[in-house]
Design a protein around this ligand. Structure first.
Ligand code: ATP
Ligand code: MG
Length: 140
């Protein structure tokens, strides 16, 4: 299995409830290394660009509103099989369907306010990391 990078967002609902530390603890205990990390408040343009694949979905407007409603923590994570491992650690999109012990089962509020994002494939991981980080910022 190769060392991979993936992209993570601790979403506004989780930052608002002071869960950054709890979620980062789960991430690092899962063996994922933080290569770069930043707290930002996304602009509407950034959120629309980041979630452009969902622009035809009925929830797109609300998703952009939610992702710009408060600060988020973006990070680049690295490890063995990082993309799939982090998706497993997050759990299903809908917290009600997320497996016990996952980030979304523990902290997610509903299908939108589900506390975290993780890339779903190598090409999206590469694009999402590059959307928020320059290579020289990934010093971890
Ligand atoms: P993410 O891309 O954030 O890691 P995901 O891959 O599990 O999540 P996607 O289908 O890519 O899920 O949806 C992106 C985000 O849009 C979800 O994480 C959630 O915040 C929101 N979302 C997804 N489905 C719905 C829905 N039916 N209603 C409202 N919001 C939704
Ligand atoms: Mg997704």
């Amino acid at each position: 299995m190769a060392i991979e990078r993936t992209f993570s967002i601790i979403k506004p609902d989780a930052v608002e409830r002071n869960l950054i530390g709890d979620i980062l603890k789960m991430i690092t205990e899962a063996g994922l290394k933080i290569k770069g990390m930043r707290m930002i408040h996304m602009s509407k343009e950034q959120a629309e660009g980041f979630y452009a694949v969902h622009k035809e979905r009925p929830f797109f407007g609300e998703l952009v509103e939610y992702m710009t409603s408060g600060p988020v923590v973006v990070s680049c994570l690295e490890g063995e099989n990082a993309i799939e491992n982090y998706r497993k650690l997050m759990g299903a999109t809908n917290p009600e369907q997320a497996e016990e012990g996952t980030i979304r089962a523990r902290f997610g509020q509903n299908i939108q306010n589900n506390s975290c994002h993780g890339s779903d494939a190598p090409d999206t991981a590469r694009n999402e990391v590059a959307f928020f980080f320059n290579e020289d910022e990934l010093v971890g």
